[in-house]
Design a protein around this ligand. Structure first.
Ligand SMILES: [Zn+2]
Length: 233
């Protein structure tokens, strides 16, 4: 025989004649608040009651409809020895330790209140920030990647600052950046040539710089792979 909910106006587990009964889960007020008088007093303040002489005993129950969903545990989880998590739906839901009744649809609306949004744990916030950082990094790397020589020829001006001393020339087989020295006999002071195979060749003062000395500028292999390698000013 299901027990009747103690909340004023709640018809859970009451059946009228010729009506099919529908079972609603209930929780014993005293069992749920056992050993925690502060919790019990809070529950009693929350629960709308017909009189102050509330018959409070072990059979005094409140139904599940008066609890916000975040307080209701419907699934049990257990961690297996291999670290995987086993989830089993509960036949009978139970309440979280910090649950309290706050929803009273058949009572004046001022008696119902939404529980405050639970503060998230610092580790959850940290994990969320890390996910955001990883997404931002992934996005940067995707946008920064040079897909092909043709794409480079189209997009490189966006990556060169307006105030840059670098001039450039595009041909079918290479993209050339260079700085002209006009101080004495005009000459090309330094040039960077990116071939259509994306190899980078740097010349300085009329000499080609040995590829092995370029590793610190353009990475190993002397290949241009990302626009951030072009951050010349
Ligand atoms: Zn109820």
């Amino acid at each position: 025989m299901p027990r009747h909910c103690c909340v004023t106006g709640c018809s859970s587990n009451y059946t009228r004649k010729n009506e099919k009964s529908e079972f609603t889960s209930t929780f014993s007020v005293l069992s749920e608040c056992k050993g925690n008088d502060e919790k019990l007093q809070n529950w009693l303040r929350q629960i709308p009651r017909p009189t102050d002489n509330f018959p409070l005993n072990i059979n005094t129950v409140i139904c599940i409809k008066h609890f916000a969903e975040e307080f209701i545990i419907r699934i049990d989880t257990a961690t297996r020895p291999d670290g995987s998590v086993l989830s089993v739906p509960r036949k009978i839901p139970k309440l979280a330790k910090d649950a309290y009744p706050s929803i009273f649809h058949n009572c004046p609306s001022y008696l119902s209140s939404e529980p405050p949004t639970k503060r998230r744990k610092p580790e959850d916030r940290q994990a969320e920030m890390q996910t955001r950082d990883n997404q931002a990094l992934q996005q940067f790397l995707t946008l920064d990647k040079v897909a092909s020589f043709q794409e480079l020829c189209l997009n490189f001006p966006k990556h060169i600052p307006q105030s840059s001393l670098w001039n450039f020339k595009v041909t079918d087989s290479c993209l050339l950046f260079y700085i002209v020295d006009l101080s004495d006999v005009p000459c090309i002071r330094v040039s960077i040539r990116v071939t259509d195979a994306m190899s980078v060749i740097i010349c300085c003062g009329g000499y080609r710089v040995d590829g092995r000395n370029l590793d610190w500028v353009i990475g190993k292999g002397g290949k241009l792979e990302s626009y951030s390698q072009l951050t010349v000013s």
